[in-house]
Design a protein around this ligand. Structure first.
Ligand code: PMV
Length: 310
């Protein structure tokens, strides 16, 4: 029996723009998904979408390792990641399954092989993902990610920990999005087609803000960090990926002196998943959250990537 796990992720900034070659800054967070694999006598059928994902991963493994058959196995999954909330649950599932199967097969695995195989699985959910979610859940920590071409995806862990002045981020649930990530990516693709000038300017602004955010985390400049989140959120609103429900939660947090943004694909029709929130005095936000009956998730950022637990 083998148990492995991966964390989930947040986008500190750069989501959507990353699909078009701009950098994104991501962090692994302490909500993990665990998979246990063991050998089986009979084939066990899981739910249809998990079956599909298993088939894609199995066939990619067979091709890559030139093996014709995978022994029968059964898996059990235990996830602490709320699904459809922008925390990268599909990337995490794809990565953890890949890692579990390769370990079960006794293969020596490196992270880049896991990335390549799991990317095929994530593409099944997303179409053409940037790969940023996947890189983060595998690598862990805080990650600077960029996809310049389909065949050239680069990522580097930030070579420092956030300055001690930087306090804790929290997540506030704005509600499950009606749309899938793929649909949200399509909204931006349509805007890019109808208004290329506007989208280009928005992507360039996101790139600059993402760079500024790295500097703010390094130097411990909270005002700068808050501005990056605020302006980054405005750009995401201009891209059409933030619904009114989230916008009103975000405005209220700004009025308290904090900043908030969607995290990941977002959502326009109803909720936009988990909002990333920062405030110099987070207690003020927590008080507001309690008064307004909002759901909060306290998180730790920069946690360990994939690991073998048993
Ligand atoms: O909502 P999530 O966790 O699936 O993140 C999607 C991030 C996007 O930049 C919108 C898409 C991508 O493939 O990077």
């Amino acid at each position: 029996m083998i148990t492995v796990s991966v964390p989930s992720k947040i986008h500190l900034l750069g989501e959507h723009a990353v699909v078009y070659g701009k950098p994104a800054l991501l962090a692994a967070i302490n909500k993990r998904i665990f998979v246990t694999v063991s050998g089986a006598e009979k084939k066990k059928i899981d739910d249809p979408s998990l079956e599909k994902l298993k088939r894609i991963i199995e066939s990619t493994i067979k091709k890559k390792y030139r093996i014709s058959k995978i022994p029968l196995y059964s898996i059990s999954i235990s996830s602490h990641i709320p699904a459809g909330s922008g925390l990268g649950s599909s990337a995490a599932l794809s990565a953890v399954l890949t890692f579990a199967l390769l370990t079960f097969l006794g293969k020596r695995v490196d992270k880049s092989t896991i990335f390549d195989i799991a990317y095929e699985g994530e593409a099944f959910f997303h179409g053409k993902p940037s790969g940023g979610d996947l890189a983060t859940v595998i690598e862990g920590g805080l990650l600077w990610y960029r996809k310049d071409f389909e065949f050239l995806k680069m990522f580097t862990p930030l070579p420092f920990r956030p300055h001690k002045n930087i306090g804790k981020f929290i997540l506030i649930n704005s509600g499950k999005p009606k749309e899938s990530t793929r649909e949200m990516v399509d909204i931006v693709a349509r805007l890019k087609k109808s208004n290329p000038k506007k989208t280009k300017a928005l992507f360039e602004s996101q790139e600059e803000l993402t760079k500024q955010m790295v500097k703010a985390l390094k130097s411990g400049d909270e005002n700068k960090l808050i501005n990056c989140i605020r302006f980054g959120e405005r750009n995401l609103e201009e891209l059409g990926v933030v619904g009114e429900k989230s916008q009103s939660i975000i405005k209220a947090i700004e009025r308290l002196g904090g900043a908030a943004k969607i995290n990941g694909g977002g959502g326009a029709k109803n909720g936009s998943g988990m909002l990333l929130v920062y405030h110099k005095d987070i207690k003020k936000v927590l008080k507001h959250v309690r008064k307004n009956n909002l759901e909060v998730l306290r998180i730790q950022i920069g946690v360990e990537g994939l690991r073998r637990d048993e």
